[in-house]
Design a protein around this ligand. Structure first.
Ligand SMILES: [Zn+2]
Length: 476
């Protein structure tokens, strides 16, 4: 006869999204639904004394079901670990999220295994025992997690556990992303709880804008950019074309675009494809140098039903919105290495977006010392990452332990952010009558973003706003 929520991640930080809803029925029956099962990344891991990715803070075997907002690793990355530790329920998500998780989680498992092997080697060299028991999870542990997925369409209610039904609405953040709406009946009353997941943009892109959602009693909302607005978003094509001409035609160098494999890479290809169709794109080779991005692009193609109506209509004239004359998708590592020594003007799109991992590091190591080249950053680079150092204007950075002089031009474009800014988060919440929202929780942000959004929401009429800390429980 009580409903509660405990915040086990993305509470005061941006990663590790994990919120546990518990419903106690009159007969003593308790049901537990986990919203997201994300991995902690970057500073969130370094700060803690115990690795937060190895301690859930609850018993995975006691969780009855998971509802997953989208496939990004900071929302889905611990699902294999949850299953390995005894979770036996269903993982509810959209079909596109399931398909993306299959490649994301396998890629993540490969990284976990490689990191563990590296730690082992280093510990051995230093003559000490390694104090971690093994990789966080292995490639073999991904399949049992994938088998637990159950896929649903948007806007169609489905049962989660006795007393709880769920409806997913479009969050417009990446392919498959959804806001989660639970209707919870504990036998005495009915409570409507909304979890935003990550909220997308209200700009002209591949995906539709975030959908309005039914009135909620309790809302858990992300706050990534809760304290700022994105700069000039309207003229993406023009701006990208300007960078391409400047970098490849005027300076006759390479244009290196570090981009997340899922979301950003497809958005950029879509813009380049559109420029190509209009005859505006200079005749320069474009290399998509990321196996994960290539797999992700194939999945995005399969789910073209999820595009904005105007983009779907374009498919009648152009069956492939991500491919155009001059583009080459590079899976083969040998081919990738050839690109490093290439001198002619070209565009290289490679992961990772923060420049911390993936093939982009090789391109940067070879490309940064040449003043003819250009680096175009299209996403958020967290403090402490290589991308952040390059954007800060460092004259020398370190890649693979070697000093690399930064002679290349460095630019950034704000348009491709997949996260709503302050104004867009308020617009997302604007479909609600704030007087009827009993409690608004702000999660998934750093302190200044959380507090900035709190003030804006208070001004918009929300009365009870909380910024939970990790492990905090609220009775609803
Ligand atoms: Zn996300």
């Amino acid at each position: 006869m009580a409903i509660s929520i405990t915040f086990h991640g993305a509470a005061g930080t941006v990663t590790g999204s994990k919120h546990l809803v518990e419903v106690r029925h009159r007969d003593g029956d308790v049901r537990r639904v986990l919203l997201d099962c994300g991995m902690f990344q970057g500073e969130a891991v370094d700060r803690g004394k115990v690795d937060p990715n190895r301690h859930f803070g609850f018993d995975p075997a006691a969780v009855d079901a998971v509802v997953l907002s989208h496939a990004h690793i900071d929302h889905s990355g611990l699902l294999p670990r949850l299953v390995a530790e005894g979770f036996r329920g269903a993982i509810h998500a959209t079909a596109a999220t399931r398909d993306l998780c299959a490649i994301m989680l396998e890629d993540s498992a490969n990284i976990q295994e490689a990191d563990h092997a590296y730690d082992l080697k280093r510990a051995k060299r230093q003559g000490r025992a390694l104090d971690e028991p093994g990789p966080l999870y292995t490639v073999d542990e991904v399949r049992p997690a994938m088998e637990r997925f159950e896929a649903y369409d948007l806007n169609k209610p489905f049962p989660v556990v006795p007393g709880v039904t769920c409806t997913l609405t479009d969050a417009g953040h990446i392919l498959g992303s959804a806001a989660v709406h639970l209707t919870i009946d504990d036998g005495e009353r009915v409570l409507h709880l909304t979890f935003s997941g990550d909220v997308g943009r209200y700009v002209d892109r591949l995906l539709p804008e975030p959908a309005p959602f039914p009135q909620a009693d309790v809302i858990v909302c992300e706050s990534t950019y809760g304290d700022r607005d994105h700069p000039g978003v309207a003229q993406a094509e023009e701006e990208l074309l300007h960078h391409v001409r400047e970098a490849c035609v005027v300076r006759k160098g390479k244009l290196l675009i570090p981009a997340f494999s899922i979301g950003k890479t497809q958005e950029i290809l879509y813009t380049l494809n559109s420029l190509s169709n209009q005859g505006l794109l200079p005749r320069i080779p474009v290399f998509v140098d990321s196996p994960l991005a290539i797999s992700a692009t194939e999945i995005v193609r399969r789910h073209s039903r999820a595009f904005r109506p105007a983009v779907r209509a374009e498919l009648d004239r152009d069956a492939d919105l991500f491919s155009f004359p001059g583009v080459e998708f590079v899976r083969n590592p040998e081919r990738s290495k050839q690109l490093n020594s290439r001198q002619e003007p070209c565009i290289v799109i490679a992961a990772s977006g923060m420049m911390e991992a993936g093939r982009i590091r090789h391109h940067l190591r070879h490309g940064l010392p040449n003043a003819r080249n250009t680096v175009l950053a299209v996403g958020f680079c967290a403090p402490g990452t290589l991308g952040h150092e390059i954007l800060e204007g460092r004259e020398v950075v370190h890649i693979f332990g070697e000093p690399v002089p930064v002679k290349a031009a460095v630019h950034r474009m704000g348009f491709y952010s997949a996260h709503a800014d302050r104004g867009e988060l308020l617009r997302f919440l604007g479909c609600q009558d704030p007087a009827r929202v009993r409690k608004l929780f702000l999660v998934h942000g750093i302190k200044s973003s959380l507090e900035g959004l709190r003030d804006q929401c208070a001004a918009a009429g929300h009365r009870d706003i909380a910024i939970p800390h990790k492990g905090q429980t609220f009775t609803l």
